[in-house]
Design a protein around this ligand. Structure first.
Ligand code: MG
Length: 273
């Protein structure tokens, strides 16, 4: 089944030998004519890219980001530096494309999670540039792992705006870091081991989080029958709630005791790889 989404409404699911399950859904929404979001849900990688630039081809920028990461997605194992290098190549590809006439100024966010080999054992790598997000959902609660690179997030961090005010602030769509810039943007990166009870992550564009609260996201994911169901339900709920922007969600689920399964994937490192 298709696991790279660039079109109006695609649902992708991949089941892995390491028991990671993925689901994805994307929708143009009720207002925009074009879906500039893109996503990747393949093997060890789940990510979203929210392109911007409108007439300057935000959809081209987000597609470049997804393609650069898709090129490393089929490797047996991923290392953190490989993910970061792919993000660097995505930036280069967007810069190159933006030199074409009429495409100046295009860019994209990029947020996701990858299973990586870190120090010989499996770890989650969460990465972010811009205001798309990665959440971890556990015990009925959705915790935002990424930090938005946006004007309002910086005002909230400075104590000059409340989280509620930020939701309605006129600058809420202004992001302070994106792919497609020179010098290349530094992605935020977090690395941590798998949880003993398994892990569920949601990567999503701001079209989802501007329509649904963290509490609603947690309730939907907790009620879903699996990642595919969760992704479709999240996007449907955001469209139902207004759909004022493109909406994309990728859900990744790793079962309890994934550590045992994942050890298989890291064994080759001990053989000199
Ligand atoms: Mg958006």
């Amino acid at each position: 089944m298709e696991d790279v989404g660039l079109a109006d409404r695609i649902v992708g699911v991949v089941a892995l030998d390491v028991a990671i399950e993925l689901g994805a859904a994307s929708h143009t929404g009720r207002v925009r004519r074009l879906n500039e979001d893109a996503y990747l849900a393949r093997r060890h990688l789940a990510l979203v890219a929210d392109g911007m630039g409108g007439h300057a081809c935000g959809d081209v920028a987000s597609a470049h980001a997804v393609e650069a990461l898709a090129r490393i997605a089929d490797r047996e194992q991923l290392r953190p530096d490989e993910v970061q290098e792919a993000i660097g190549r995505a930036n280069e590809a967007i810069l190159t494309a933006s030199r074409e006439p009429g495409r100046g100024g295009m860019g994209t966010t990029l947020s996701g999670v990858a299973l990586v080999d870190f120090g010989g054992s499996p770890h989650w790598l969460v990465f972010n540039i811009g205001d798309s997000r990665v959440y971890r959902v556990a015990h009925g609660t959705a915790t935002q792992l990424t930090v938005d690179h946006s004007e309002v997030a910086e005002l909230v961090a400075l104590g000059r705006l409340s989280a509620d005010e930020a939701l309605r602030h006129p600058l809420r769509h202004v992001i302070t870091r994106s792919l497609g810039t020179d010098p290349a943007p530094a992605p935020d990166v977090w690395i941590f081991p798998p949880g003993p009870d398994g892990d569920v992550f949601v990567a999503c564009s701001d079209g989802l989080t501007n329509e649904l609260t963290d509490t609603e996201i947690a309730a939907i994911v907790s009620a879903a029958r699996g990642p595919r169901d969760a992704a479709a339900m999240l996007v449907d709920a955001a469209v139902e709630a207004g759909g004022r922007d493109n909406v994309t969600a990728v859900v990744l689920s790793a079962p309890p005791n994934a550590d045992d399964d994942l050890d298989v994937a890291t064994t080759p490192k001990e053989q000199g790889r």
